[in-house]
Each structure stands twice: as C-alpha cells, then as structure tokens.
Design a protein around this ligand. Structure first.
Ligand SMILES: Cc1cc2nc3c(=O)[nH]c(=O)nc-3n(C[C@H](O)[C@H](O)[C@H](O)COP(=O)(O)OP(=O)(O)OC[C@H]3O[C@@H](n4cnc5c(N)ncnc54)[C@H](O)[C@@H]3O)c2cc1C
Ligand code: SF4
Ligand code: SF4
Ligand code: SF4
Length: 399
C-alpha cells in the first residue's frame, strides 16, 4: 500500500467522509482538501509530491478496521454509562443545542489550560471550520451545532506540530475517530480528551449555498454573518433556524424551514453517512453527547443532553464537571436507543435526483422543493411512525 489515492480497490472501500485527517497527517502536504462536485470536502492529490510514506493510509478509517484500535477493540456504544443532564447556567443551556454539556466541558477544561477544538462558522467562506479556542471569548464561536461538514485539515496540522499542549476535541464520530489516530501517531493520546456527538450525517454544501441564495432572493437576509442552526427561543423540540445578517435577521421554525426540510429527509447527506458505523457501533471518543430526544423529556423546552461516558478518561472528566451540571438520572442502553434511533441511515430513492438538481447552479432551491418537499399525507405519517415503533420494539426484544 502507499497513499490513499492508489491503495485498495475503490469498490471495496467505504466512501470518504471528508474528515481531512489524511491532508493533516501528510508530512509533505501532498494532499489538499477541496470541495468536490457533490458539495463535500474531499482530498486531492498534489501531482508528483507523494513519497509513499503510508501515513495517510495508516490514519484514514477506510483502510483500517474501525472496530479495532491498534490491538484492542474499541468500546461499543452500549457499554457506556448513560446520563440525562444539563448545564446549571440557564444562559449556557439556552445558547447551546441540547443541554449545554459541551460548553461546560469546554470552559472547565479551558480553565485547566487545555486548548479546545470545535467548529465555528466562517462567514468569509460560508462554511463550517474546525478551530481552537484559547480564551473564554474564543469559546463563544464554538457554541451550538452547525449542521454542515467542517473544514478541519489546517487546525489538525496545528495540533500535529504541537508536542506539548493538552487538547479537548469536540467533533463528529468520523472526525474524532481520525483525531484519535492522529493523537496515537503523535504520541499525544495522554494529553487529549475526545468528545464526539450523536450524528445524523452532514448535508451537501450545495444545499446550504442554495438556501442562502434563496433567502437573499426573497429579501429575508442581506448576508450571513452568524447562523444559529438551533435557536431555542421557540422551544427545544420546536427550535428555529436564525440567521443574523448585517442589517437583516431571519428566523423561522425548523418545521417550516427549507434547509431542515432537505436535511432531515436525509436526501442530500454525504455518501459516507449512509453506511457509517462510527455513529452507531464502536466509539472512538471518551464521551459521546447528544440530545435526549424521545418520550422521557418530551415536555422539556430548554434542552436535555444525553451523555454517554465511554472510557475511564471520560468518567474522570465527568466527575470534574459534575458540580456545574444538573444530572437528572442514569439511564439504560435501551433508553438511549429509544432516544437515538441509530440504525443505518436509509438512502432515499430520490437522493440521486436531488443531489443532481442541487449541484446545478441554474436551478433554485424552491423549484427542487416543489417536487421533493411536499407535505406528507397523514396516512404516510402514520405508517412511518408505526414502522419506526415496530423496529424499536424488535430491537428491544433482540437478545
Ligand atoms: C452535523 C451534526 C449532526 C448531529 N446529529 C445529532 C443527532 O442525530 N442526534 C443528536 O442527539 N445529536 C446530534 N448532534 C449533536 C447535537 O446537535 C449537539 O451538538 C450535542 O448534543 C452537544 O450539544 P450541547 O448542548 O452539549 O452543546 P453545544 O453548544 O450545542 O455544542 C456543540 C458542539 O459541537 C461542535 N460542533 C458544532 N458544529 C459542528 C460540526 N459541524 N461538526 C463537528 N462539531 C461541531 C461545537 O464545536 C461544540 O463543541 C449533531 C451535531 C452535528 C454538528
Ligand atoms: S475519509 Fe478522511 S482521511 Fe480518509 S480519504 Fe477521506 S478525508 Fe482523507
Ligand atoms: S506522502 Fe505519505 S501521507 Fe502524503 S500522500 Fe504520500 S503516502 Fe500519503
Ligand atoms: S454519519 Fe458518520 S460519516 Fe457522516 S458525518 Fe456523521 S460520523 Fe461522519
């Protein structure tokens, strides 16, 4: 084997998730991350540079067994200790996507001298970008989920050359899997805490950019300075997307929003997300965070986090932040699966057509929506809900 570009049979490999780990690890910058025609970040080879050192294939999840971590298997998601919790500080809970456990972990570890890795919105390029926070002020930009694929190669290179400082990394399961590999290669595993998120995939940038064009064409916004993908002022379950521009701000409930209409139908997420095992099987992080959806907190309107403590390091971190967090109760793995339906994401039949239309710059978003985003009829909704309930019952009956 040599580089990711000439190793393995493409038909046998899992799709690229765009995590940027290969570009970060390549010591001679023979890989750059570019946005591909599908609207996802993907590695490109710099011609004539590769020296076949194999570092990229030793790090990329597509070339190794993701269930193995060197010699020992990674813990399974069911093995963690599961809690429902939220931040004691109401404003932190309000500004975050779920219960605000991520910002509490971030600020406690920042005060301990760690650098905090997470994702901010880069208004200059209209993308999500992985970056580090070194001050409480920097942390503000990391708060809240940006439901986009983040560009991470540059930040991860910074980590690789740093042989001293301690880090907490927040990210999606595929990113955290790769960051764990980077930390191992860099002999840095003892100075990192890894926190990943439950994940329903990332949508193509063609959707996000067409959505911005749509809002501008309707006069709803002038620019996108600061999008808030989960604005809980209208409730946690019934959240809104709010876009702060220069002179105009826009806000609409998720149920009426075109970006979420496409994203939640999962008809334009990355190829890698449909079969992704990192989101549902073995876990590479110390702690996994998400929303405690489902019946348990149906009437909560401020947000409850699902906290899954995976490793001893995660348990120590949890002890450190516990006094800043209200823990509601400990839950079983069954409760977690009711809250988080982490079965394989089904690829809708319409995906091919939707992706093709989204990639065509001449077709406006509302035109695509008029064909693919029709309100579901009540019978379909009933059948979908029944089949989901049946799947959950079968899963619980499974030995
Ligand atoms: C693309 C995506 C899909 C998700 N899917 C689910 C899901 O299916 N079920 C579920 O329960 N939870 C999901 N989450 C996680 C959830 O939205 C919250 O991020 C999580 O519960 C932490 O919330 P919090 O209140 O503790 O803190 P928050 O303040 O909301 O913290 C968010 C954290 O996520 C990081 N982050 C923000 N955007 C990104 C990004 N694009 N990529 C990587 N990291 C990012 C931030 O740096 C910060 O550390 C998803 C998040 C993202 C970004
Ligand atoms: S999955 Fe990540 S590491 Fe592998 S080729 Fe794609 S961007 Fe590179
Ligand atoms: S130089 Fe090494 S890390 Fe870079 S592309 Fe070639 S094999 Fe991969
Ligand atoms: S579903 Fe998997 S591949 Fe897709 S963004 Fe989430 S962790 Fe990454």
């Amino acid at each position: 084997m040599s580089s990711i570009f000439d190793s393995g049979n493409p038909a046998d490999l899992e799709p690229c998730c765009g995590c940027g780990i290969c570009a970060a690890v390549c010591p001679i910058r023979a890989i750059t991350m570019k946005m591909n025609s599908q609207g996802f970040f993907t590695p490109e080879q710099v011609p004539g540079k590769c020296n076949s050192c194999e570092l990229c294939t030793r790090t990329c999840y597509r070339f190794i067994n993701t269930h193995q971590d060197e010699s020992s298997p990674l813990p399974h998601i069911e093995q963690g200790a599961i809690f429902s919790a939220f931040s004691n500080i109401p404003s932190i809970r309000q500004e975050s996507s779920s219960g605000g456990v991520a910002p509490v972990l971030a600020s406690v570890y920042l005060a301990l001298g760690y650098r905090i890795g997470g994702v901010s919105y880069a208004a200059d390029e209209q993308i999500a970008r992985y970056c580090f926070a070194d001050t409480p002020h920097d942390l503000v930009a990391l708060s809240g989920s940006k439901y986009l694929q983040s560009f991470s190669a540059n930040a991860l290179r910074e980590f690789l050359i740093d042989k001293k400082r301690r880090y907490v990394f927040f990210g999606l399961p595929c990113q955290i899997y790769g960051i764990r590999r980077l930390a191992k290669i860099n002999n840095a595993i003892d100075r990192v805490l890894l926190v990943d998120l439950f994940c329903l995939g990332v949508p193509t940038y063609h959707l996000w950019h067409k959505y911005i064009a749509f809002l501008k064409s309707r006069g709803h916004i002038d620019e996108v300075v600061e999008p808030k993908f989960r604005d809980k002022r209208t409730g946690w379950h019934t959240f809104s997307i709010t876009i702060n521009g220069i002179n105009k701000n826009y806000s609409v409930k998720k149920a009426k929003d075109l970006f979420f209409a496409f994203y939640l139908r999962k008809n334009c997420i990355c190829d890698a997300c449909y079969g992704c095992r990192m989101r549902r099987d073995s876990v590479a992080s110390d702690i996994r965070l998400g929303d405690f959806w489902g019946p348990a907190y149906l009437h909560d309107n401020q947000g409850v986090s699902l906290v899954n403590i995976i490793t001893d390091k995660g348990a120590a971190a949890w002890e450190r932040v516990r006094s800043s967090i209200t823990t509601l109760q400990q839950h079983t793995a069954k409760d977690m699966f009711i809250s988080q339906p982490i079965d394989r994401i089904r690829c809708p039949d319409e995906r091919f057509s939707v992706m093709k239309l989204l990639a065509d710059p001449s077709i406006p978003l509302e035109k695509i929506a008029s064909t693919y985003i029709v309100p579901p009829d009540p019978i379909t909704v009933f059948l979908q809900r029944s089949s989901r309930a049946l799947r959950r019952i079968l899963r619980r009956l499974r030995p």
